[in-house]
Structures are given as C-alpha cells and as structure tokens.
Ligand binder design. Structure first.
Ligand SMILES: NC(=O)c1ccc[n+]([C@@H]2O[C@H](COP(=O)([O-])OP(=O)(O)OC[C@H]3O[C@@H](n4cnc5c(N)ncnc54)[C@H](OP(=O)(O)O)[C@@H]3O)[C@@H](O)[C@H]2O)c1
Length: 264
C-alpha cells in the first residue's frame, strides 16, 4: 500500500454508482509496483454535481487527474478545456489530466488499452483482417484504434446495424488506408475476431460471433473481463485459436492512463 504524504500525487475515479469500481485498486497496485508516488480513490459524484466537482478539482493542486466512468464519459467533454484526438473520435472521455494551471485535458484510453493488450500478447495488427462485434462505447474506441494500428480490413457487425454503419463510415473517413465497412458477423476469413459487446458477462448470453466458423490461425480477443475466460474465448480456444482476454486491455489501459497524467 502506498504511503500517502504531502508529496503524493492524488487521482480520483468519478462515477455514479461507485461500488463496482475496481480500476482504483488496480491503478494503486500499478503505481506501487513501479514506485510511483501516487494514490487513487473512487469519488461518488452524481450527474448534477459534476460541474461543481470539476471546478473544485481544478483548484486542488496535488491532484494529477481523474478517471471518468458511467454516467459521465460523454457529458464531461463540455466541461473540459481540451480533449485529445481519440476522445474526439470516440465522442467520450475516460481519463483527464489536471495541468499545473488548473486546466483539464481529457482523452479516451480504451482503444490504446485494447491495442496495447494485443501487441503485448504478440499479436500482429498491421495488415490484419479484423472482424469486430459491437459498436457501443468500447467498440467505437477499439475500431478507431485498430485502424490507427494498421489493420488492413475492419468489418463491424452490431445488433443495431445503423450504429455499425455510422461507426464504419467515421473510421473510414479518419483512416482511409483501412478498408472499413459494416457487415455480417462471419469470422471465417478474419485474422483477428474481437468481441466488444457486453455478451459473455451473464450466464446464458449468446455468443457475440459464430465462433465455430473461426479458422484455427485466427486470434480471438475480448473486452469482457468477468469471467476471465468467456464462452466466446472458450469456444475459440476449442477451435485451436489463440485468445487474448479482456484483462489484457485493462492492464494496458492503466499504463495509458498513467502516461496521460504524466505519471508513467
Ligand atoms: N477490458 C476493459 O478494459 C474494458 C473497457 C471498457 C469496457 N469494457 C467492457 O466492454 C463491454 C461493453 O461496454 P460498452 O461501454 O461498450 O457498452 P455499451 O456502450 O452499452 O455497448 C454495448 C454493445 O454490446 C451490444 N449488445 C449488448 N447486449 C447485446 C445483446 N443482447 N445482443 C447483441 N448485442 C448486444 C450493443 O449492441 P447495440 O448497439 O445493438 O445495443 C453494443 O454494441 C462491457 O462488458 C464492459 O465491461 C471492458
């Protein structure tokens, strides 16, 4: 456990509710393992108090920054002084740096986390054909990040097809070198199949993709963290595929968040 002193940089994770938040404990472990003098606590902020909470955080000089979770990820944008390119593309911010002059700079580190997790597992993204299930918050961040990381093709399949189409068009505009389209959830010709939906969290959930059509050389990657081995990953492993669990994304996100607030 970090020994908190007057020199310790303080961070918060703002959400409503907060009882489920574990990112604070993981970030504290991350800082402790690296000998970084920083400490994190959840902060229960209800939506109507968000502007006042941010005004206060601007003035608190030992605050390095804060994470933002449900329900603040989108509304926080209008309260910040600047946001990074990824936050703008995704339309949501999940980490904010407090600059020494009290200005607040936010960005979205979900996509960096996902790509970081794949790269650390030794997965080659450049030139890959990617099939992504889902076009929600995590899916938006991951689609832009996979295109930015050099995927050759990206097909986005989503229960609500309009959201997949809108996302595919936005990614194609931002990264024309990646052939991005909305399409069917058929993974038979992909190198990397990704679940970005919440399917797999609850017992009895349908599979996000027909895993029985994965080729044995394909890689299956997941955003869902609990259970660690989702039915999708288990089905992919049974086909002989290499798998990357949702935890890899979370761990790489911690590093991206530390970088953003200057505590790497
Ligand atoms: N590992 C990490 O670090 C990390 C980080 C962020 C999020 N996550 C996880 O990512 C998952 C998604 O989070 P999110 O914030 O992106 O949620 P979200 O914005 O609510 O999006 C949910 C996505 O799942 C789809 N979906 C939900 N229920 C479905 C069903 N019954 N059948 C088919 N599709 C369904 C939605 O499709 P529609 O568009 O049709 O509704 C949408 O594409 C959660 O499990 C979350 O815990 C993990």
């Amino acid at each position: 456990m970090t020994r908190i002193t007057g020199k310790t940089r303080i961070l918060f994770i703002l959400g409503d509710p907060v009882a489920h938040i574990i990112g604070s404990a993981l970030l504290n472990e991350h800082f402790a393992e690296r000998g970084i003098d920083a400490a994190v606590s959840p902060l229960h902020v209800v939506p109507e108090d968000l502007p006042r909470a941010l005004d206060t955080l601007r003035r608190l000089r030992n605050v390095a920054g804060f994470g933002v979770t449900i329900p603040h990820k989108i509304v926080v944008i209008e309260l910040l002084d600047s946001i990074g390119e990824r936050g703008r593309q995704v339309g949501a911010v999940n980490f904010v740096r407090r600059n020494p002059d009290g200005t607040l700079h936010g960005d979205n580190v979900d996509g960096l986390g996902f790509v970081g997790g794949l790269l650390e597992a030794g997965v080659a993204i450049r030139g890959a054909r990617v099939l992504q299930a889902g076009a929600g918050g995590a899916g938006r961040a991951i689609a832009f990040a996979m295109a930015e990381a050099g995927a050759a093709e990206l097909t986005i399949a989503n229960r609500s097809p309009d959201k997949a189409r809108e996302l595919a068009e936005a990614v194609a505009r931002a990264y024309p070198a990646c052939r991005t389209r909305a399409g069917r959830d058929d993974p038979s010709a992909c190198d990397i199949a990704i679940n970005t939906t919440s399917l797999g969290m609850k017992t009895g959930d349908a599979l996000p993709l027909p895993a029985e059509r994965l080729g044995p050389a394909a890689i299956a990657a997941e955003v869902v963290m609990t259970p660690e081995v989702t039915p999708f990953l288990a089905a992919a492993a049974a086909r002989g595929c290499r798998t990357v669990a949702g935890k890899a994304m979370l761990l790489a996100q911690l590093r991206a968040a530390s970088d953003l607030v200057g505590l790497a």
